[in-house]
Design a protein around this ligand. Structure first.
Ligand code: THU
Length: 139
């Protein structure tokens, strides 16, 4: 992607993350989270958190957006940026389970952006957000 396209894509990514957060199913926590993933073809894939009465079955917005990207044909390593937007948070930071999945599916140089309706946006390279992740050894 050309560099001038990055800013426009970043805005679109935030827009999609915010729109996705409005679709959250979160009757238990009341927290609405939306995530949008940019693939190397410039496509955006989004997802929201989906809770369950059996609380541990809750699915985070990040993992749902990543799964949507894979189901749309994006391959691991082709996902270059993810934006996560949440209500009710001062500072949002992805949970450990989502970081593990991000490491496997995002490109090694991907950036993770997190923001909320209350606080500022924080951005991290995926390698600093989750250093030394578990990976299967290549045979
Ligand atoms: N949640 C996410 O979707 N992503 C995060 O990064 C943090 C937490 C959801 C899970 C649950 O539905 C609600 O936020 C409160 O934990």
């Amino acid at each position: 992607m050309r560099s001038e396209e990055n800013g426009t894509k970043r805005e679109a990514l935030w827009e999609q993350a915010k729109l996705a957060s409005e679709l959250a199913y979160s009757p238990y926590s009341g927290v609405k989270v939306g995530a949008a993933v940019l693939d190397s073809q410039g496509r955006i894939h989004s997802g929201c958190n989906v809770e369950n009465a059996s609380y541990g079955l809750t699915q985070c917005a990040e993992r749902n957006a990543l799964a949507t990207a894979i189901a749309a044909g994006a391959r691991p390593g082709e996902l270059v940026e993810i934006a996560v937007y949440a209500t009710s948070f001062e500072v949002l930071s992805p949970c450990g389970a989502c970081r593990q999945v991000m490491v496997e599916l995002l490109s090694d140089t991907a950036t993770v952006h997190c923001g909320s309706d209350r606080g500022s946006i924080n951005s991290w390279p995926i390698e600093s957000l989750f250093p030394s992740p578990f990976k299967l050894e290549e045979s």
